[in-house]
Design a protein around this ligand. Structure first.
Ligand SMILES: Cc1ncc(COP(=O)(O)O)c(C=O)c1O
Length: 383
C-alpha cells in the first residue's frame, strides 16, 4: 500500500488516464484557437469544444447550448450570482442562501451585500438540513434568487433541490445550485430538478483542474446575465477569453466516463463508506456529522476530548484526509459548516472528512479504521 493513502477525493481527484489521453493532442498537434474561424486549426478546436459541450450537457440532462465553459466552479458561481444580480431589470435585490454553502457562494453574496443587496442566510439543524417551511417564509416580493448547493462538500449532505427549486419558481425567483460535489457522483438531471443554473467543476470528477461549466437554462423566464469577464466575446459574450481547449476536452471526456460508470461506482463506494463509518463510530467518543440523505463516498466524523491539530498532523502521516473543506483545512478556524450544525469549536476542529474514490479498496478502508482508532487512543492517553 502506498502511504499516505488518498482519502480526499472531495478536495480533488486524479485525472482519469482516458481523460489525459483525450487532452494530449490539444496541447501539441491540434493547438488551434477555437475562435480562429478562418482556417482548419480553429475549426478542429471549435469542433472539439462543441463535442465537449454535448458530453457535459448529456451528463446533466441539458442541451449543449445551455452549457457555458469557465475556469472552474468558483468562476461559474460568480457569474451566476453576480451576473444575475447585476442585470435584473425588475431591480429585485433580495437573495436567499444557506449557512453551509461553499465560500465561493458565501463570499460572492457578501460582496453583493456590501453593494446594497440583502441576504437571508438559512440556518441548518444538527444534521445539516434546512427547513422548507423556513425557506418558504424567507421569500419577499423582491427575492431575486435562491442559491443552494446540491451536496455539501464537507458532510456530503444532499439538499431537497427539486422542492426548493419548485418553491422558488412560485415566487418568481431564480434557483442556482452549486452541484460541484454531486455531478458525476449521483444521477442528476437539470430538467427534473427544475434548476435555472448549475455550476460544476472538472477536477472533482476525474477531469483536469482549472475548468468548469455553468448550465444556464434556456427558455422562459429568460435568464439575463451581466458578463463578469469582458473582452473577445467568447461563450455567447458571457465569458470572454481564449477557450482552454485541452481542459474543456478533458471535462467532456470526464463527463462521458462518469455517465457510464457512476451507478456501479456509487454502489461500490456506498458499501466501502458504510464500512469505514461503522468502524470509525466504534471508536469511543466519536460522532457522525451529516444526515442520512447524502453522497455515497463522504464520511465526516468528529472525536471528543482530543485536539484537532495533533489529530490531523498524526493522521496525515499515513492517510491524506482533511478536517473540512480543502480551503479551510490549513486554517486554525473551525469549519463554518460544522459550527452552523451546532458543533462547538473543539469538536469541529477534531473532525476528519474522509472521501473515497475510484482507487479506494477495502484493504485501505480497514487500514484507515485501525490507524485512526490507534491515533485517537494514543492522543487521549498522552493528554
Ligand atoms: C461545493 C464546492 N463548490 C465550489 C467549489 C469550487 O470549485 P473550483 O475548484 O472548480 O473553483 C468547490 C471546490 O472545492 C466545492 O467543493
Amino acid at each position: 500500500m502506498d502511504l499516505p493513502i488518498y482519502f480526499d477525493y472531495s478536495a480533488t481527484t486524479p485525472c482519469h488516464p482516458e481523460v489525459v489521453e483525450a487532452m494530449l493532442p490539444y496541447f501539441t498537434s491540434v493547438y488551434g484557437n477555437a475562435s480562429s474561424i478562418h482556417h482548419p486549426y480553429g475549426w478542429i478546436a471549435e469542433n472539439a469544444i462543441e463535442e465537449a459541450r454535448e458530453e457535459v450537457a448529456e451528463l446533466i440532462g441539458a442541451e449543449a447550448k445551455e452549457i457555458l465553459f469557465t475556469s472552474g466552479a468558483t468562476e461559474a458561481i460568480n457569474l451566476a450570482i453576480k451576473g444575475l444580480a447585476l442585470s435584473d431589470k425588475r431591480k429585485r435585490n433580495h437573495l436567499i442562501t444557506i449557512a453551509t454553502e461553499h465560500k465561493a457562494v458565501l463570499d460572492t453574496i457578501e460582496g453583493l451585500v456590501s453593494q446594497g443587496f440583502e441576504c437571508t442566510c438559512l440556518p441548518v439543524n444538527a444534521q445539516g438540513e434546512i427547513s422548507l417551511d423556513q425557506l418558504k417564509s424567507s421569500f419577499k416580493t423582491n427575492t431575486l434568487m435562491v442559491v443552494a448547493m446540491t451536496a455539501n462538500n464537507e458532510t456530503g449532505n444532499l439538499h431537497p433541490i427539486k422542492q426548493m427549486a419548485d418553491l422558488t419558481k412560485t415566487y418568481g425567483a431564480f434557483f442556482i445550485t452549486d452541484a460541484v460535489q454531486a455531478v458525476g457522483k449521483i444521477p442528476l438531471n437539470v430538467s427534473d430538478l427544475g434548476v435555472d443554473m448549475l455550476a460544476l467543476s472538472a477536477h472533482k470528477m476525474y477531469g483536469p483542474k482549472g475548468v468548469g461549466a455553468l448550465y444556464i437554462r434556456k427558455g422562459f423566464p429568460k435568464i439575463d446575465l451581466a458578463a463578469q469577464i469582458t473582452g473577445g466575446g467568447q461563450e455567447m459574450g458571457l465569458r470572454s477569453g481564449t477557450l482552454n481547449v485541452p481542459g474543456i476536452v478533458g471535462l467532456g471526456k470526464a463527463s462521458s466516463i462518469s455517465l457510464k460508470n457512476h451507478m456501479a461506482e456509487c454502489q461500490r463506494l456506498v458499501e466501502l463508506r458504510n464500512k469505514l463509518e461503522t468502524g470509525l463510530l466504534k471508536i469511543e467518543g466519536s460522532q457522525r456529522n451529516g444526515s442520512s440523505d447524502r453522497l455515497p463516498h463522504v464520511c465526516n466524523v468528529s472525536f471528543n476530548d482530543i485536539l484537532g491539530k495533533p489529530l490531523l498532523i498524526r493522521i496525515n502521516k499515513k492517510l491524506a484526509v482533511s478536517s473540512g473543506a480543502a480551503c479551510s483545512s490549513i486554517s486554525d478556524k473551525p469549519s463554518h459548516v460544522l459550527t452552523a450544525m451546532g458543533l462547538d469549536k473543539a469538536t469541529a476542529m477534531a473532525t476528519l472528512r474522509l472521501s473515497l474514490g475510484k482507487s479506494t479498496t477495502e484493504k485501505e478502508v480497514d487500514f484507515a479504521i485501525d490507524y485512526i482508532g490507534k491515533v485517537v487512543n494514543d492522543l487521549r492517553t498522552a493528554s
